[in-house]
Design a protein around this ligand. Structure first.
Ligand code: ATP
Ligand code: MG
Length: 453
């Protein structure tokens, strides 16, 4: 109802320029339809507008709708303060202390409502400088502002688009719509300053370029190789969150290559260098990333523990063989190697401990796939982590770390009836890993695929 009246008053076919300098595009120019918007997000905007506040969908959702993609979630930006928003919605709560946002719930959907912010840029020479550290990193970003301020503090032009679902208009401050059409990722403002303010924006550039298959604008790309070391000043947990977003974006393979091309993996996935330099390691990681991307494309669950387990496996393998070569028995050597690798990565990447259990189970089950006699294969089939461990085995087979025949055997063993299973059993030998021999490089002390003594 409100929407119809507003459309009548303002008309829906014109594009115009707002006082703030934003281009205001009508539906005929942007093509987004209200029926593409989540009901809860629409309700939030309508309620805020009904209480005379501004309310816009913002960020990834508007960008994704313009690009014809389905948004992951819907965020709303408003000029109402967090307390004012909280009072309007019965099912809502304020999150965060310093940087407060409001979560509004309808059924199982949660809409994030953020008050317009400014990055505290000084407007006159008399004002104090914004608080930054010695590298230019912004130390506060929690100052309320108007809508134009809010647009200017966002990272890329395509992320600073605001959609008003009642008037069906897009407010475009930095030609983000044109950049969407050109498929270009462009930083708002001076790229070097913006990366110094928040170095994580470099990782975000790699992530969006990979996820959207956009080209990074030359001026936006240029400072990255020099500024990449600034990532060392960022808390590890934030880097981990960004790594997870990249790996779970559905375009992990492209994302990891993008990171490497920009020299950003030292700050995010330092282990990549070692892995990708080794052909088996590279084949293994490529297979793991491709499988994850495929599962996400098919709307199947993809587990971060499985993926991080895969990223760390080449190191576990290397350490395992080194310990065996030093005289340790295979099973204890594997368990020691798992702990060594998990301890070492905590310094580099900080994979949270909550993933340790599943990673370790997947790794520890790998030697059991070698045992194909007696009751052992039946017991393994019943293990609660069998499925994940079997998927992991297939990656090892695909990369050539173990014989393809081993993966095929387990695929068949799950499919066939009881009689055929019995016929498939091999002699019940002692648990002995049957890894493929890897060609040794001259002078190499411990190679990745040697048979344990
Ligand atoms: P996705 O669909 O992958 O979630 P997104 O654009 O919604 O993409 P978010 O990380 O959810 O990305 O952030 C939401 C919005 O907040 C962004 O679109 C951007 O406008 C702004 N934003 C997020 N992080 C930053 C940052 N580090 N610097 C500036 N703006 C940011
Ligand atoms: Mg988002």
């Amino acid at each position: 109802m409100i929407r119809r009246i507003i459309n009548k008053v303002f008309g829906r076919n014109k594009s115009r320029l707002a006082d703030s300098g934003a281009k205001i595009l009508a539906r005929s120019a942007h093509g987004i339809r209200p029926d593409q918007i989540d009901d809860c997000a629409l309700k939030v905007c309508e309620t805020l507008a009904g209480a005379h506040y501004k309310a816009y969908l913002v960020g990834g959702a508007v960008r994704d709708l313009l690009l014809g993609n389905t948004p992951k979630d819907f965020d709303v930006a408003t000029d109402a303060t967090p307390d004012e928003v909280r009072r309007l919605f019965r099912r809502s709560r304020i999150i965060g202390r310093r940087f407060q946002i409001v979560h509004v719930m309808c059924g199982r959907v949660t809409i994030e409502v953020t008050t317009f912010r400014s990055n505290g840029q000084k407007e006159t020479e008399d004002e104090d400088e914004r608080p930054t550290d010695e590298h230019g990193r912004l130390l506060t970003d929690n100052v309320f502002g108007n809508m134009a301020d809010d647009a200017a503090r966002r990272d890329f032009t395509i992320n600073a688009l605001y959609y008003d679902p009642l008037r069906e208009e897009v407010h475009d401050y930095f030609d983000g719509v044109a950049d969407c059409k050109k498929r270009v990722l462009r930083m708002i403002g001076d790229p070097e300053t913006r990366y110094r303010e928040d170095p994580v924006r470099m990782l975000r550039a790699a992530r969006f370029a990979a996820k959207l298959d956009f080209k990074i604008d030359e001026a936006t790309r240029k400072p990255v190789s020099t500024l990449a070391p600034l990532l060392a000043n960022i808390p590890r947990a934030r880097i981990f969150d960004e790594a997870l977003k990249l790996l779970m974006s559905g375009h992990a393979l492209r994302g990891v290559h993008q990171l490497r091309a920009e020299g950003l993996h030292h700050g995010m996935l330092p282990l990549l260098d070692t892995i990708l330099d080794d052909p088996t390691g590279e084949r293994f990681i490529t297979a793991a990333l491709r499988t994850t991307d495929l599962r996400i494309a098919q709307d199947k669950p993809a587990s971060p523990a499985f993926l991080f387990g895969a990223l760390l496996w080449p190191q576990v393998l290397q350490r395992w063989h080194a310990l065996e070569a030093a005289g340790e028995k295979p099973q204890p050597a594997l368990f020691l190697a798992m702990d060594d690798v998990l301890d070492a990565q905590r310094v580099q990447l900080s994979i949270p401990r909550r993933y340790d259990g599943m990673m370790k189970e997947i790794w520890a089950l790998q030697p059991r796939f070698e045992q194909r006699g007696g009751q052992r294969p039946y017991r393994l089939l019943e293990h609660p982590r069998f499925r994940a461990a079997y998927d992991f085995l297939l990656l090892r087979a695909e990369s050539g770390e173990v014989d393809a025949e081993l993966g095929d055997w387990w695929t068949r063993f799950q499919d066939v009836d009881d009689d055929a299973r019995t016929a498939m059993l091999l002699a019940d030998t002692a648990p002995r890993p049957r890894r493929k021999r890897k060609r040794k490089k001259p002078g190499e002390a411990t190679a990745g695929g040697e048979q344990p003594a």
